[in-house]
Design a protein around this ligand. Structure first.
Ligand SMILES: Cc1cc2nc3c(=O)[nH]c(=O)nc-3n(C[C@H](O)[C@H](O)[C@H](O)COP(=O)(O)OP(=O)(O)OC[C@H]3O[C@@H](n4cnc5c(N)ncnc54)[C@H](O)[C@@H]3O)c2cc1C
Length: 452
């Protein structure tokens, strides 16, 4: 064999970095890589998760695009693995496949009232404000008081986007339906709940500091939450990030408040136990917790309530099963050893690999997907004895297969057309970019068809 034909499913950062690493690795054979992506546009959560008011992070798309532009990698967008193409198909056309399908749904939070109307998962509202084509266009922003459960950066993103004045989001790429939704929002107070203390948050300093700089929003923290135990003091002294965040939070304790029209309340030692409401969300009930001395929290038996009309749970993402591929239902990942996928009996599944969030679970930043991809690709390249033996390894045979099935796939050139279309929409009204949301409009722009 002179050319390794490699399929990668999922064109988020993990899939694109894997392609880049495979392409540049030292090896004694050529590689030809095809990336399959279910959405018409690539980039995964960089496009559909990273908050629109984080342009520096969104800018990573530029680096990812260079990989797609650089040759040896073809993009087949608008191709859903499991529907448009299957594992059996890939075995006919490739020597190996890497699954990089990420995670898009919310982890569950099992408390009474979680299914009441007005209670949402963070992943759903993120997909809405980031213009994901497969979620409803309208989002019910009718709450004055909102609860966000969680103490990670996604909780901060959701809280910040909900509390910000829409005028301050206009320099971003938010689509028209999101602008209209946020403009009509009556929100005045957003309450963020963490079951542990200020020294145990999973935020990062940059994102926390940014929260305190949002215009016309008071940051409300309570002195009772800062009664640190030894574990908290040690956590602050031992970790520079925690120390910086503690400094930021301490500075908010002494800030003047009262002048802003909106408020962001941070509640710690607060474990939500129930969402209350008669037919829809009316309040959140939580148990006051205290440090257990080991970095965790234990209940105190004291319960409190806060009136809210909407609740967002930002308690983590969860992977989805990939058709025909083993899946760990507990961890929400494809079971693997360093990216080599394992069958139900624990044996290596020849030719099948995983990388990114579907490999190690939905934690970590975009940069982490690069080191992940390195480990996986190293195995792919050295596992020659485990590769499949495809009947149709020629590049054009996959195009023929998709065309014969009536799949209207997009390409890298298609992304350039969509990109130009979005930039032009923005330029038209004095903005940098306006994201296109409807799938048919994304497709039309990508395929060079007239856009309605
Ligand atoms: C709300 C939010 C905000 C974040 N903000 C930041 C941030 O500011 N900075 C930062 O560094 N990190 C941030 N992250 C983390 C970052 O997004 C992840 O680390 C990274 O996107 C994971 O990459 P991935 O490629 O594994 O998964 P994803 O980015 O999810 O990409 C997976 C891709 O696979 C595709 N796919 C799934 N199933 C199929 C299928 N059956 N067929 C074909 N294609 C399929 C999906 O459409 C998607 O494009 C954020 C995450 C979230 C959820």
């Amino acid at each position: 064999m002179t050319t390794l034909r490699l399929a990668i499913v999922g064109a988020g950062p993990a899939g694109i970095y894997a392609a880049d690493i495979a392409k540049k690795a030292e090896r004694g054979f050529d590689v030809s890589i095809d990336l399959f992506e279910r959405l018409p546009a690539p980039y995964g959560l960089v496009r559909y998760g990273v908050a629109p008011d984080h342009p520096r992070i969104k800018g990573i798309i530029g680096a990812l695009r260079e990989v797609l532009d650089g040759g040896a990698v073809r993009l087949f967008g608008n191709v859903d693995f499991g529907t448009d193409i299957t594992l059996e198909d890939l075995q006919q056309h490739y020597h190996a496949v890497i699954f990089a399908t990420g995670a898009i749904r919310d982890a569950a939070l099992d408390i009474p009232g979680i299914d009441l109307p007005g209670s949402y998962g963070a992943a759903d509202v993120v997909s809405w404000y980031d213009g994901h084509p497969d979620v409803p266009r309208d989002w019910p922003l009718d709450a004055k008081e909102v609860a966000v459960i969680g103490n990670g950066n996604v909780a901060l993103d959701v809280a910040r986007i909900l509390v910000k004045h829409v005028e301050d989001l206009m320099p971003t790429e938010i689509p028209a339906n999101v602008e209209a939704g946020l403009r009509s929002s009556p929100v005045t107070d957003v309450h963020v709940f963490g079951r542990r203390g200020p020294a145990n948050v999973k935020f990062t300093p940059l994102e926390l500091r940014e929260l305190g700089e949002v215009r016309d929003v008071d940051m409300i923290v309570k002195d009772e939450d800062f009664d640190y135990d030894d574990q908290s003091r040690t956590a602050i002294a031992a970790n520079k990030q925690v120390m910086v965040m503690d400094r930021i939070l301490q500075s908010w304790r002494t800030r003047e408040v009262g002048a802003a029209s909106r408020r962001l309340h941070l509640h710690w030692w607060a474990r939500p136990v129930e969402i209350l409401g008669d037919g829809r969300v009316e309040a959140i009930r939580w148990e006051r917790t205290e440090p257990d001395g080991l970095g965790g929290a234990r209940g105190t038996g004291e319960f409190r309530e806060q009136a809210v009309q909407a609740v967002y749970r930002a308690v983590g993402y969860f992977g989805s099963p990939v058709p025909g591929v083993p899946f760990d239902e507990v961890r929400g990942v494809i079971p693997n050893h360093e990216g080599q996928v394992l069958a139900d009996d624990g044996a290596l599944l020849p030719g099948v690999y995983a990388t990114g969030w579907i490999k190690r679970g939905p934690i970590g930043l975009i940069g982490h997907t690069k080191s992940d991809a390195m480990e996986t690709v190293e195995h792919v390249l050295t596992d020659a004895g485990l590769w499949w033996n495809p009947a149709h390894p020629e590049e054009r045979s996959v195009e023929e297969l998709l065309t014969s099935r009536g799949v209207r796939y997009t390409t890298v050139e298609g992304w350039h057309l969509l990109d130009q279309h979005e930039l032009a929409l923005g330029e038209h009204v004095g903005r940098t970019r306006i994201k296109v949301v409807p799938r048919d409009e994304m497709l039309a722009a990508s395929l060079g068809d007239p856009v309605a």
